[in-house]
Design a protein around this ligand. Structure first.
Ligand SMILES: Cc1ncc(COP(=O)(O)O)c(C=O)c1O
Length: 480
């Protein structure tokens, strides 16, 4: 326990002051168990008697409580918190920090917390059985794993399991040496920026697109160029004619519009990259969850010039707190990415990797995927049905046969009216989210991104009833 005695007066009084200060500051929280008197005396080089006197005094004043047989605890005090010292206005210490501050100001946090019906995009699929399986795998992995630093490329067993999965379900033929394990897709983006992009170089991003990637590239110092998407995904004819270093795409399920990159555009894009010698980052964040059509081959599977960096994540397929993802790398980039990964974190936690490898090789993972797809399909059906019944013609729903979210456009809404609708919904415990932050340049119409993974079908039906009610009330409210 870190306590600094001030050297003034008797030692027991110094200890009382130091403990009170730590409790009042919140450095030692209510409910914390204090060390036994002998242990604290040894640690601070005091006599045990000094500590006993201090504990007695603090107990008498109500700061701590002693429970026979279970030690001494900090009491729950009702105190008004000490005013925090104002944050020092330190100017950013690097160009990177300056850019990070700029992007951070526009960070997309969770807008609503603790609402009954929260349609936040990115909520994981709720499934209690998966957590039970995961606990079992973690326990097993923790007892088997080597305690040395892991292989920075990732555990061989996990890379093999991923290769098997990619061949079976995504049509990608990769070998263990092509795969790099990362801490989620976000780390894959970060390594890609470091290895491939200098400050000021051009990175093409989809418009609209994933804000996490846009902010990362801007913080890195890249010149980001938004390229329009339509119902067939990225419009390849709008790509800059030269100077592009990297093109970032979500071909399986364009984020956030939901479009699938058409077969013709996949070939156009690969031809463009091959001719102009630039790289493609294929973000396959939720491509697994398709409900109707057969999936088109990923760019990586069609790539003849070895220019596609394929990124997959377990955030959607399992859950995001796991922080595991993978890259399938072109041969020419393998060593650079490995070095960057090593410098970044010396490898991803081995226990989680081993647990996931076992889960995948034992068949549990693909069983989970099949069940998750069925669940998501039912939730999507409930959401779309609810939208039809309760919102009707007042919204235009973008139908997308994949993923965990749906986009709806509000007919005839101004930006202010859309903000008022979101606020009204919040009062009914319904969390709605605008699509606008996913655009580099705000769209002319107002839309919502409705994430449906985190709520059961019955809740989604109720949520859509509330949505319809908010639309009714909004229509009755004269514009201010
Ligand atoms: C389109 C897209 N790409 C990438 C990611 C990042 O995934 P990860 O959690 O693996 O960093 C997300 C997360 O929501 C996403 O929506």
């Amino acid at each position: 326990m870190y306590l600094s005695l001030d050297g003034r007066g008797p030692r027991y009084a110094q200890l009382i002051r130091a403990l009170k200060e730590a409790i009042l500051d919140g450095r030692i929280a209510a409910g914390t168990r204090l060390p036994a008197s002998r242990a604290l005396a040894n640690e601070l080089d005091l006599s045990r008697n000094t500590v006993l006197i201090a504990y007695d005094q603090l107990r008498a004043e109500g700061f701590i409580e002693a429970h026979v047989g279970s030690g001494t605890w900090v009491a729950a005090l009702t105190l008004s918190p000490k005013p925090k010292a104002p944050r020092l206005a330190v100017p950013p210490q690097s160009r990177y920090a300056r850019r990070v501050r700029r992007t951070h100001e526009r960070r997309l946090g969770r807008l609503h917390r603790g609402l009954r019906y929260d349609l936040q995009y990115g909520e994981p699929l709720t499934n209690p059985t998966i957590m039970k399986s995961w606990r079992r795998e973690l326990t097993r992995a923790a007892s088997d794993v080597h305690i040395d630093y892991p292989d920075p490329r990732g555990l061989p067993a996990l890379r093999d399991a991923i290769c098997g999965y990619l061949a079976r379900r995504r049509g990608i033929l990769a070998q263990r040496k092509d795969v790099l394990i990362v801490s989620g897709a976000q780390q894959a983006f970060s390594l890609t920026a470091r290895v491939l992009v200098n400050e000021g170089e051009t990175v093409v991003l989809e418009e609209p697109g994933y804000f996490g990637l846009r902010q990362l590239m801007q913080a890195h110092g890249a010149q980001t160029v938004p390229v329009r998407t339509d119902s067939e995904g990225l419009t390849c004819t709008s790509l800059p004619t030269r100077g592009v270093r990297l093109i970032c795409v979500t071909p399986s399920h364009q984020f956030p519009s939901g479009a699938v990159l058409s077969a013709r555009r996949r070939l156009d894009l690969l031809r463009y990259a091959g001719r102009r010698r630039c790289w493609i980052l294929e973000d396959d964040y939720d491509g697994e969850f398709r409900f109707d059509a057969r999936p088109l081959a990923p760019l990586r599977a069609l790539d003849q010039c070895d220019c596609v960096i394929y990124v997959g994540t377990f955030s959607k397929m399992l859950f995001p707190s796991m922080r595991l993802g993978y890259m399938v790398l072109p041969e020419a980039l393998r060593e650079d990415f490995l070095a960057a990964k090593w410098l970044s974190d010396m490898g991803t936690s081995a226990i989680e990797q081993a647990a996931l490898a076992n889960f995948m090789s034992g068949g549990g993972f693909e069983r989970h995927l099949r069940q998750a797809t069925r669940t998501l399909k039912a939730r999507r059906r409930a959401l779309l049905g609810g939208l039809r019944r309760h919102a009707g013609e007042r919204v235009e729903t973008v139908d997308s046969p994949a993923g965990m979210h749906v986009v709806v456009w509000l007919r005839g809404y101004s930006r202010a009216a859309a903000a008022a609708l979101i606020e009204r919904a919040r009062r009914y415990e319904l969390g709605l989210y605008s699509i606008a932050p996913h655009y580099a340049k705000p769209p002319s119409r107002q839309g919502l991104l409705l994430g449906y993974a985190g709520l059961p079908a019955s809740d989604l039906e109720e949520a859509m009833q509330l949505f319809g009610r908010c639309l009714d009330e909004q229509r009755l409210t004269p514009p201010s």
